[in-house]
Design a protein around this ligand. Sequence first.
Ligand code: ZN
Ligand code: ZN
Length: 355
Amino acid sequence: MKAAVIHGPGDIRIEDIPYPILEPGEVIVRIGACGVCGSDLPRALDGKAHFYPTVVGHEAAGEVVEVGAEVTRFDPGDRVAVAPLVPCMECEACQLGRYSLCRQYSFIGSRRQGCMAEYVAIPERSLVPIPKELSYEQAAMLEPATVSLYGLLKVGSLAGTSVTVLGVGTIGLFAVMWAKFLGASQVLAVDINDWKLERARELGADAVVNSKKLSTAEGGLAETIRSLTSGAGCGLAVETAGHPITQVQAVEICANGGRVLYVGTAHEPVHFEAKAFEAIIRKELVIYGSWMSYSAPFPGREWQIAVTALADGALEPSAMITHRFGLADAREAFETLRSCDRAIKVMLLMDDSQR
Ligand SMILES: [Zn+2]
Ligand SMILES: [Zn+2]
């Protein structure tokens, strides 16, 4: 079977690899679509994979073709999405249902074979049934959708809250849509890319701000957000860019008693000036960290809510899919996500007829 095999930094080859071995409790899925995640780029292009050669891809959906012994919930022909965490289910965190804190987890597409392949073996527990109203590429959007939703559910009620989303890549755009869905009174989107900000507006943001175009003389982003929120600042800042500037701005733009949700992963040191750090103290902010998207019973309510919202059209993320490639062009898919400033979600479609 064909797979996009990464042998080293940027060394991505379409190769024949052995068909997966079907273990008890596991299911073989013929992949229909697999999104390229920002977290795949270091693995594919920068030499940061757990091992080489490796096959990445954790935002995927497809059709069950074989089920192993002990599998009870699936039959061949079922349509499924992948919930890529494989928690141990035995450690203290797993016992408490806090799967993203599992001490011995595996993960499809980083620690074990990913979905940029024709077939992949997946533990039954890590599969979510999807209705036929969802195409495979729509269902491949469930994983990033749940990452945003998980964080927003963690911070408590959004009813009547003014929410600012910093960074409008896939996770940020989902945060915009979920914040609306969950009853936020106002959703503001901040980025440095006007084209992506237009997408945020289309997907429901009430106002958008290009923070690169603000002068510090006017008070910078904090002042702009205050002026858009009747002088108060936002009740919740959602940081999805993972950039040291927005990671500091997140606390600066909050209202007194506001909440800050950090979702974007950090790749550089973050420097808080005393005044910015003191904002956390003086404004009595509540800071939340959010990692992955799972709750009990695994994979959790995030997945159920997201399947329903995408299937019934309450959430319509198709506009985020800016590029589609076949498996043969996997390398171009990675490079497009890294270098194209009009790329949001880059999708690999395994079956050329879908393109
Ligand atoms: Zn991802
Ligand atoms: Zn565990």
